[in-house]
Design a protein around this ligand. Structure first.
Ligand code: ADP
Ligand code: MG
Length: 316
């Protein structure tokens, strides 16, 4: 029997939990636990590609950037380098823990981390309205100076903790090396790719690839990869077993299997918060609307159950 192909997007919880300090020990333990749960998919005949977020980690890299500059005049690195650093660091950590999980379960597989670039278009409307906060909080005066020096855009934090730089979050039109990612996975290797949504780059008029100060939503980039390589399933692993309507209200109801139209109706009714479940539902739709059969939104523990999670399906 030929194996199925799944893209599995790890959420924040896979590496960092709210009640932890976020030390490397914490992160490695979480990574091991999540990888162990993903083993069930391999046992269920899936070849897998793991993608992951990088929010807290790249936030810390940006803080180190500032501290290093202020203390030692180490030149600040641009956002693309910071994202690439985070892909390498996090990917390596997941890779090593996945190797340990495989070893503990007497399974043999290669695990390959790929630093991944994604192609974006400078005409993407997202560039007109930068909205994704990155890096440290600043005082208003500092923010004004940085705006003058670097043409950065700042917005005041909604909880008034200070001013934060915001960057655009464009939709990628391509994932570099997608066919290599697919081939590696289809021949039984575990591939870790598109970390933090990928490093966004654009094609300059002279056809050179250039970096751009932006970030890509990791669930959306994962959906686009899954669609391009014709994955059978797209799993979004987060910290809730399902998506709900009337979330956290007395009449909260778990969603099991929902069609594209039903999903759109629930979005319209405002059931999915903008900064959390909203982007996941959007990414889920992206996959099934571009040919994918199903997106599954669930938590790592539930992966052991065949019918786990909320399933957004093309055909119900
Ligand atoms: P991750 O870090 O795993 O990528 P987020 O923390 O951004 O994911 O989003 C997951 C969170 O979304 C859940 O912990 C939950 O609190 C929140 N959420 C918002 N709306 C819903 C909903 N309708 N159903 C389920 N969870 C929701
Ligand atoms: Mg989270």
């Amino acid at each position: 029997m030929s194996k199925k192909l799944a893209v599995v997007a790890f959420g924040g919880n896979a590496l960092l939990r709210a009640n932890q300090k976020g030390t490397i020990d914490d992160q490695e333990k979480n990574a091991y636990d999540t990888c162990e749960k993903v083993l069930q998919l391999i046992r269920n005949d899936y070849n897998i590609i793991i993608t992951h977020g990088n929010g807290p980690q790249v936030g810390n890299i940006l803080l180190r950037n500032e501290a290093g500059f202020n203390e030692y005049k180490i030149p600040k690195m641009p956002l693309d380098i910071c994202v690439a650093d985070s892909q390498g660091g996090i990917g390596y950590m997941i890779e090593r823990q996945m190797r340990n999980v495989l070893n503990d379960n007497h399974m043999e597989k290669n695990v390959i981390t790929m630093v991944t670039q994604v192609l974006v278009d400078l005409n993407d409307p997202a560039f007109e309205n930068p909205s994704k906060p990155v890096g440290p909080y600043y005082l208003k005066e500092e923010a004004d100076l940085l705006t003058k020096a670097n043409k950065w855009v700042f917005k005041e934090d909604s909880r008034k903790r200070g001013w934060r730089r915001v960057v655009a979050s464009p939709k990628p039109s391509d994932v570099f090396n997608k066919n290599v990612i697919r081939d590696l996975a289809m021949s039984g290797n575990i591939v870790i790719a598109v970390g933090g949504g990928g490093v966004p780059v654009y094609r300059h008029e002279n056809n050179y690839l250039e970096a751009i100060e932006a970030v890509v939503d990791k669930d959306l980039a994962s959906a686009i990869l899954a669609s391009f390589i014709k994955a059978d399933s797209f799993f979004i692993v987060t910290d809730v077993p399902k998506a709900y309507v009337n979330y956290n209200k007395p009449d909260q109801k778990a969603l099991d299997k929902i069609s594209i139209d039903e999903t759109k109706a629930y979005i319209k009714e405002g059931h999915f918060s903008a900064g959390s479940m909203g982007p996941k539902i959007k990414a889920a739709l992206e996959f099934v609307e571009t040919g994918g059969a199903e997106t599954i939104i669930t938590d790592a523990d539930s992966l052991q159950y065949e019918d786990c999670g909320t399933r957004i399906v093309r055909e119900k």
